[in-house]
Structures are given as C-alpha cells and as structure tokens.
Ligand binder design. Structure first.
Ligand code: FAD
Ligand code: SIN
Length: 539
C-alpha cells in the first residue's frame, strides 16, 4: 500500500491536536490529523468547568502561580507554571477570535467560575459545556484552513530510526529520529503507513484504565504507550487524579458534576446529611481535588455508604438551571432535581498528571516527536492538577509546540529510506476475542481496587502481578493476531497500567494524588518519577 506523506502528522483531535494543527497549517505546512473516532470525540468535548486564566484586574498571575503550586504539592516546575499562567490571556483572545463565546455577566464582563484550590474567580466558561464550545470552534477553524482530517484512523505505533535499526534496516547516522507512523484504517481493517519528519502526539488521557471514570471511551492511553514503546521518556504516572464528584449510579457510567457547582455554593454532605469538608481542609468544599476525593473516600469507608451527597440548594433554584443546564438536565434524566434534591456523588478517575515528558514547547526526548495536552507531562501540575488548568496547558503548549516544530522542520533533512510496510498477523480467532473483553474487565477492576485513591504497597504489588499476567497473555496473542481496536486499546491500557503501578511503587512517600498508608509522610525533596520498563514488547 502507498505510504502517505505530510510535513506534520497530528494524532488526536482534541484541544491540543487541533490547536497545533491550526497553527502549523496557517504557516503553510501540510498537516494531517488522524483521529480514532469521529473528530469531535475527545475528553475536550466533555469539559464542563472551563479554562483557568487571569483576565480580571482583581486577580494576578502570581496568585494563579501560587494556587497551582500549592495544589501541586511541591512538585510543580515553577518556570513552567509561570510561563503557562502568563501565556493564558493571549490564548483566550485567540479562542474568542475563533468563535468561543465565553459566558458574560449582564454588565458585559466575562462570568468567572471558581473551583477547588483557586483563591480567586478565574475560570472562563461557556455555561457548563465549555469543552464542546471550544472543540466546535477549533474544528470550524480547521475546516476553514483546509486541514486533512482522517477519522476512524487508529494510530498503532511510531516509526523511528532506532526501531528500524533494531530490525537491521540501515538508517543514516546514529541518532534516533521520528520518521512516521502506522495507523489502522478502522473501516477497511488495513494498517497504512504515514511518513513525516515531525509528529505531535495529542491523544489525551488514560481514564479508561479504571473501572469508574469521567473519561469517554477514547481515553485509553494510546499516546503514552506508543511513546514509551518508542523509548521516549515517561514520568509521574502515579499521579492519576480522581474527580471528587461524579453522579453515582448502579452502572459503571460516571457523569461529571462540575466542581464549579461547589464554586457557586454547593456543599458535600455525608450519609447523615452533615457537612464534613471543614474537618479536612481550611478551604472546605473548595479544597484541592486530591484532598476532597480522599475526604469523600474516608467518609464512605467510615459509613459504608456507596456515595456521599452534594447539596446544590445554596446555588439557587433560578441560578442552577441557567448556569449549569447540562448538569441540571442530566440529573433530571435520573429523576434528580438538583435545585431541591441532594445529588448522590462518588469520586472517579479523571485526569493523568504524568505522561510523556516534555519541555514547555512540547518537545520530547525523541527528535521530531512533540506531545501536548493531557498526554504530556510538562511539570505544570506536579503531584495534583489545579482545576481547569488542563485546557489552559493544552492551548499554551500547543502554541509553543507549533513554533518549535516549525523550526525543527526547517533544519532536519528528510530520511529517504523505504519505510517497511506493517506486517499483520492473520489470527482472528473469535474465542480469543471474548477473552480480550474479560481481560479488559479484569484490568479495570484491578486498577480500581488496588491502585485507587488510597494505596498500599501490598495492593500495588497485587496489581502488578495481575498486570504482568495480562501483559504476557495479550502480547503473545498480539504477535499472531490481525490487529483491531479492541486488541490495540487493551495492549495500550495494560502498558499504561504497568507504568502507573511502576511509578507508584517507586514513590516512597505520600504526595498529592499518590497517598499510600505505607509511607504516609512526605520526603524532604520532591522528585519526579521516571518510568522504567518491566516489559516493553514490539511487533
Ligand atoms: P483529548 O481532548 O482527549 O483528545 C484526544 C484525541 O486523541 C481524541 O480525538 C482521540 O480520539 C484521539 N486519539 C487517542 N488515541 C488515538 C489513537 N491511537 N489514534 C488516533 N487518535 C487517537 N479540563 C479543564 O481544564 N477544564 C475543565 O472544565 C475540564 N472538564 C473536564 C470534564 C470531563 C468530563 C473530562 C473527561 C475532562 C475534563 N477536563 C477539564 C480535562 C480536559 O478536558 C482534558 O485534559 C483535555 O481536554 C485534554 O485535551 P487533549 O487534546 O490533550 O486530549
Ligand atoms: C470540572 O468541571 O469539575 C472539571 C474541571 C477540570 O477537570 O479541570
């Protein structure tokens, strides 16, 4: 099959990938976005609370920096925090120019939401559907710019010079370099080859490795897994953020109840109807997320109740439906009138603070490979992300990433070697396919039970043993199988699970989102955790 060639390949069509693509396309470069489902399907599309940015004269950058670093529990990179926070106003202006109509107050000023850990109102939002508004505006921009978007293309693996040399294919020089990628055309079932000198990984998060998550089905950690298999540095994977308030139902679905509801006055109550957050933190219901999620976990364990309550009555019966129409209507669909009834809520896996190690300009340890958005780890979030800082990080780093990647393209020579075609297996045994589904269920349960909000070394080791068994089974099968989405996602999820547990076992302290009963105290110096492979198979 003919290979396709572009200046830039962008993997993923959320806020990070689309922002990057728009910028390099505007610079006159050819760019192709590959995305594994419909183009709008992304974590971005579901973002509710908004995007944090200092836009009011009552706020200032230093406060946003301090709030971010306090939430990050000593592990943030302050230079990165400062650069991202101060890059916000320009990026917000750009989003507005693209057509994002942030909600305004009657006097014309932007309405600013408040969320956990923020000491000021600074979250711009489009009611409670901010992500959808941003996604639509960016997709519109991409369409106007004529960028190629290939939907239902599942990127399988990167092609790098080091990987080719390992297969005895001669590549000039001795350094490693990005050369292209393999992608499964989901509709045809064929794996196609794409060549480019530069690629941006913008594949989002890993929520789907847990049984209960706010994340849509695309969040299977493909980018982290692919980068790791290509030898790229990955770090801080133990810091998985659990969102404190998702709607409790008897199914596995976990609909997010935005933290901005607490910003407007809602309070958490335990099984007996008592407020409790004041016992855990001075900021009470608006404490940083790790604190609130742990407090809820503790209250649920103490009472044995399957959830706690969110009392949104202080928000006001008129204000709630107007400010949070999406949350209000979804709750009504579950026979809950959020203006009167307490909402049953539980924590669920939400956001990956670690990921592919990058500089603030999205560059990774592999020349030609850039990563931005949730897949990346810049050092902004440290051990716990401040609410609504992720959309911000994605736009700022995609902007800087585009500049850096355009410069890279100017100086790097095209490798004129033949890229080998993908060698697919022919095994498509339906019995084995059923086993894959069982394996996925087992993996998600193991992560939920053993690698959750409160950890112990014993539980982490149990998880490691199970992940090891699953990895062996899946990788054996992978060699002979004809690849499909289920197999590829499972393989990536197992890889990501392994990285989370590997990093969690290395951290001999409790910090931010990593809380372990075996090491409840914090070490004096805060260090990042660099992942090292336990197994790193390749086809
Ligand atoms: P995504 O938006 O997740 O996009 C990833 C893209 O990669 C998708 O298009 C996906 O299909 C594609 N992809 C993945 N793997 C492959 C593959 N193998 N091949 C091809 N394509 C692939 N953050 C905030 O700052 N404020 C909020 O209010 C907020 N609310 C949130 C609410 C919810 C319910 C959730 C789930 C998250 C929320 N977050 C919020 C977090 C934030 O939405 C995400 O961190 C951010 O949108 C990530 O953007 P991204 O571009 O990195 O990834
Ligand atoms: C929310 O709206 O509570 C989610 C915000 C975020 O994840 O940053």
């Amino acid at each position: 099959m003919m290979e396709q060639r572009f200046d830039f390949l962008v993997v993923g069509s959320g806020i990070a990938g689309l922002t990057f693509a728009l910028k390099v396309a505007r610079a006159g470069r050819s760019v192709c976005i590959l995305t594994k489902k419909d183009r709008a399907e992304s974590n971005t599309n579901y973002a509710q609370g908004g995007i944090a940015a200092v836009t009011s004269e009552r706020d200032d950058f230093e406060r946003h920096v301090t709030d971010t670093t306090l939430a990050g529990d000593g592990l943030c990179d302050e230079d990165v925090v400062r650069a991202i926070v101060s890059g916000a106003p320009d990026r917000i202006d750009e989003l507005i120019q693209l057509g994002v109509d942030f909600t305004r107050l009657e006097d014309g000023r932007h309405s600013l939401g408040k969320e956990g850990g923020h000491t000021k109102r600074r979250v711009l939002h489009v009611k409670d559907v901010t992500g959808k508004a941003i996604e639509e505006a960016l997709l519109d921009g991409i369409a106007k710019q004529g960028v190629t978007v290939l939907e239902h293309y599942f990127v399988v693996d990167l092609i790098t010079s080091a990987k080719l040399r390992r297969r005895d294919i001669a590549v000039a020089g001795s350094d490693d370099q990005l050369l292209g990628l393999y992608a499964l055309n989901v509709r045809s079932g064929e794996v196609e080859t794409f060549r480019a000198r530069s690629l941006v990984m913008a594949t989002g998060g890993v929520g789907r490795v847990y049984q209960y998550t706010t994340n849509p089905s695309i969040a299977t950690g493909d980018g982290v897994a692919m980068a790791f298999r290509a030898g790229v540095e990955v770090m801080n994977m133990e810091f998985v953020q659990f969102h404190p308030t998702t709607l409790y139902t008897k199914t596995d679905d976990r609909f997010l109840i935005t933290e901005a509801v607490r910003g407007e006055g809602a309070v958490l109550r335990n099984e007996s109807g008592e407020t409790f957050m004041h016992k855990y933190h001075e900021q009470a219901d608006l404490a940083p997320r790790d604190v609130v999620a742990r407090a809820i976990d503790q209250e649920m364990k103490r009472s044995g109740a399957p959830h706690v309550w969110l009392d949104a009555s202080p928000v006001g019966a008129d204000h709630f439906p107007e400010r949070f129409p999406h949350v209000y209507n979804t709750c009504l669909g579950h026979d809950i009138d959020a203006t009167k009834d307490f909402i049953p809520v539980v924590p669920a896996a939400h956001y990956l603070c670690g990921g592919v190690r990058t500089a603030i300009d999205s560059s990774t340890s592999l020349p030609g490979l850039y990563a931005c958005g949730e897949v990346a780890c810049t050092g902004l979030h440290g051990a716990n992300r401040l609410a609504s800082n992720s959309l911000l990080e994605a736009v700022v780093m995609a902007d800087m990433g585009a500049v850096a990647a355009l410069e890279y393209l100017e100086k790097v020579d095209e490798e004129e070697i033949d890229l080998p075609e993908w060698m697919d297996g022919d095994l498509s045994d339906s019995d084995e396919r059923v086993v894959l589904t069982h394996n996925l269920d087992e993996l998600k349960r193991a992560l939920w039970d053993y690698v959750g909000i409160v950890r112990t070394t014993k539980r982490l080791e149990r998880a490691r043993a199970r992940i090891g068994n699953l990895a062996r089974e899946i990788n054996e099968y992978y060699w002979y199988a004809k690849v499909d989405v289920t197999l590829l996602e499972l393989r990536n999820l197992v890889q990501v699970a392994d990285l989370i547990v590997d990093c969690a076992l290395r951290r001999k302290e409790s910090r931010g989102l990593h809380y372990t009963l075996d090491y409840p105290d914090q070490l004096e110096s805060a260090e990042n955790t660099m992942a090292t492979p336990i197994f790193s198979p390749e086809k």
